[in-house]
Design a protein around this ligand. Structure first.
Ligand code: PLP
Length: 387
């Protein structure tokens, strides 16, 4: 058994990131400023987005995007139950009603046929989540959206570097929202980016992100600026800081290398776990795409074991192997059970995955030995708890 704990994820931070943050700290300018602009331009160019707005988180991006779309009470937004709470919370906090559509059993991405079933005259938008870094099937989603006049908002929190049929997520004709939380494929500590082809939406999000102020602080306080400003609307405090962007500037050029390494580890798991009947491994989508391998999420076939998924994770932990839970399905959480109950029979695939899913360690700095330790621990737990 390994003697040190292997976390499910840890960011890869090198001297470049550290020096750039120190440079900001020494410069006298630590909040939104020239480094945020540099990161915005670099990220926009990387994904191929016409417009990009850097923010304090992807949650902020979801919130402001939905507000910019003027969602009002009664408006329905269709999304997946296999996502982080913020996708759905932001729909509610923006004044809309979330409607959950079931997922495909293999990729765990939202199922286009299930979206179709949930469309009503009140549907305004659909939020597909590129689960684990694998692109949703966007062509049929866009076709459905065109047919019914819906806005498509891609929750691209997992999808920095993901491609769909040769196009980077962020460059499709929609709105994509990325996260730079520490366990994401690149990090700014906390941070997010709204990428879009819609200039008006980008402007609206940009205005709302900092108090609705007509000019950003660094433009007012720089030598060439003037301190006066106007408040154009009541806004939020969702801006990204230079000390965050300082990290992003050096993370972004490493993203492709990070994804290559993640892919190697995922393929190692695929090979080593292929014959383990107690695990259902993640499936590849049938269309051409580039998986960014943010997560590696097998399902534990608990029917074949004497323990449930949570006990399985606890057993792994005893062997010094960390794991993550992405995700307990939205409708299984306390608030949703209480306030917006959806029976499991309506979301059978998400309900099934919710009880069985776990995320194995997956991060660029993992060694081959770390990978072998994970596989050995999985096999040991399965062997000891076979039903
Ligand atoms: C699918 C999904 N959406 C949204 C978010 C929110 O991202 P952030 O933490 O940057 O607000 C996350 C973060 O974990 C996520 O995984």
């Amino acid at each position: 058994m390994r003697t040190t704990f292997l976390p499910f994820s840890t960011p890869t931070i090198d001297e470049d990131e550290i020096n750039e943050v120190v440079d900001s700290l020494r410069s006298g300018w630590i909040t939104t400023g020239p480094k945020v602009k540099r990161f915005e331009e670099a990220f926009k160019a990387y994904v191929g987005a016409p417009f990009a707005v850097p923010l304090s988180s992807a949650t902020a991006g979801l919130h402001l995007t939905l507000l910019a779309l003027k969602i009002t009470e009664g408006d329905e937004i269709i999304t997946t139950p296999m996502t982080f709470a913020s996708t759905v919370s932001m729909i509610i906090l923006a004044g809309g009603t979330p409607v959950l559509a079931d997922i495909e059993p293999g990729t765990l991405n939202i199922d286009v046929n299930e979206i179709r079933k949930k469309i009503t005259p009140r549907t305004r938008a659909v939020i597909p989540v590129h689960f684990a870094g694998q692109s949703c099937d966007m062509d049929p989603i866009f076709a459905l959206a065109r047919e019914h006049g819906l806005t498509v908002i891609e929750d691209a929190a997992h999808a920095a570097g993901t491609e769909y049929k040769g196009q980077r997520i962020g460059s499709l004709d929609s709105i994509s929202i990325f996260s730079f939380h520490p366990n994401k494929n690149i990090t700014t500590g906390e941070g997010g980016m709204v990428c879009t082809s819609d200039e008006n939406l980008a402007e609206e999000v940009s205005l709302m992100k900092f108090h609705g102020m007509s000019r950003e602080a660094w433009k007012r306080f720089s030598a060439s600026g003037t301190p006066n400003y106007d408040i154009m609307l009541p806004g939020f405090k969702y801006n990204m800081m230079d000390i965050q962007a300082a990290m992003g500037i050096h993370q972004l050029p490493k993203l492709d290398g990070f994804i290559d390494r993640r892919k190697e580890i995922a393929e190692f798991y695929n090979r080593e776990l292929a014959d383990v009947a107690e695990l259902a491994l993640p499936a590849y989508a049938p269309y051409q795409q580039r998986h960014a391998w943010h997560l590696y999420t097998p399902l534990v076939r608990i029917e074949k074991l004497t323990i449930d998924r949570d006990q399985f994770m606890a057993e792994l932990k005893k062997l010094n192997i960390g794991s993550g839970l992405h995700y307990k399905a939205i409708h299984h959480h306390a608030w949703y059970r209480e306030n917006m109950p959806v029976p499991d029979s309506e979301l059978p695939n998400a309900s099934y995955a919710s009880e069985r899913i776990l995320s194995l360690p997956l991060f660029p700095k993992m060694t081959e030995e770390d990978g072998r330790d994970v596989v050995a621990a999985l096999k040991q737990v399965i062997c000891q708890h076979r039903g």
